[in-house]
Design a protein. Sequence first.
Lengths: 239, 322
Amino acid sequence: MSFLEVKNIVKNFGGLRAVNDISFTVKQGEILGLIGPNGSGKTTIFNLINGFYPLTSGEIYFQGRRIDGLPPHKICALGIGRTFQVVKPLKRMTVLENVMAGAFLHTTSISKARSKALEVLEFCGLYHRKDMDAKNLTIADRKRLEIARALATEPKLLLLDETAAGLNPKETEEAINIILKIREIGITIIIVEHIMKVIMGISDRILAISFGREIALGTPREVANHPEVIKAYLGEAYA
Amino acid sequence: MISTGYKKLVVPTIVIIMAIALPFVIKAPYFQHIIIMIFIWATLGTAWNLLGGYAGQVSFGHAAFFGLGAYSAGLLIFHLNVSPWWGLALGPVISMVVAIPIGLVCFRLRGPYFALATLALGEIFRLVFTNWVSLTNGAQGILILNTFSTKIPYYFIAFLIWGISLIIVDRMIKSKLGYYFVSIREDQDAAESLGIPTTRYKMFALLPSAFIAGLVGAFYMNYIAFIDPHVVFSLSDISVMVILVVMMGGVATLLGPSIGAAIYIALSELFRAWLGSANVLAFGIIVCLVILFMPNGIIGELGTLKRLFIRQDKKAMVAGGN
């Protein structure tokens, strides 16, 4: 029984096949990178795993349990957290309240949710922003807030969608550190990222997709040198 | 610690004592009537605010719940010769029961589509109660005899209902429910991804909201002693007006709806004398001004004003120190 098993998933949007027969497994404790050119279906795969979109066909198993068809909140309760590429802060709530909203998944007590949230904020380096309204955060802090909120739900598997996009080099470095810290506490991660420095450096394995199809799967080095990947990113001439 | 515990009780205690003394100080029935109407609107606004303000599900059909409450009380005496006061028990329950299918249908929609669906539903109730003459006596409405000849008992009942509605809403928003409601309002997808069953929690906001609206509707029947479908199911005078009242006082604030209600009733009484039915126009203009200059309503902007003053105080203290 693998930790997460994605079997032949297909997603059609009208006449467009956004995800075409993708299969992969994730081992507990690893970081799986997901790369591909814009519009290749990375975020769609996240939306399929987390239940936002129904599958056209295929199956998804998490810890041996079939999860496709479940609503997003149930999938979250089973232990799959996610962040959004286009960040979705709960704007008119403070940073602390945002994270508490996640922490309430496992408690009904305000004080327990608060202490859990504070712990997560400390972990993500957002503690000093806790009383700020989420709408006033910088993009870097918003990305961190996404992670913190998802962590507060105590996920076993975390889907990170471009958490380093739009960050400056120093912020990117900090983002990488947070991701590595998350792995250290035993959370499995699937990460979508365009910044090669990030994804090549931290992934154990990488799945490359193009036009909704798998083009390569393997270690970062294997994938980076794969002719199909080079073709997808740079065009025929470089492959 | 103990002193802060007492402090919390000081303001409510003063308010309660003043409220009890008020009808014995203000003896003119006319003014007592105005205060009762303020309580009615404050309660209805508080009910709407739970669903529309905190959970962000803007309902244009709250007249349905208010009207159902009113008719529950009215039809008890009309058909069964049972005291309409039992409507205070029956009305909220009927409103809640009816709210369940309404929620199941409307909560499939988001934002403006939800609002339009509730608007349509509210109108459906008005039309059904107008045309189902054998049950409702149609457009002729229902006329009952007032139980009390003075306003004072009504005043205390209205005050109690208002107090109960505030306690219900206050308890809810200060718990996990409140966090979940606001999360759903701010971003439904984010809320879902955090494990919040959004439809269920919207229902948890709708049911008490319908309950309170039904309760105050039943009281309205008993107090005014006459209802017809065009009054209690009115789109403009109830469903839309309650939204304006809450916006004026402060959406998603505990006391905003009550402040809005006080201003609405006071203004409409003031303007009624020389503007006639155009008094609503005056209120409308004031609401526009409030939205323009205080987008969070009167209570909503109090916080920012206060913060502004405190900051200035601190600056002044620093300056003094130097």
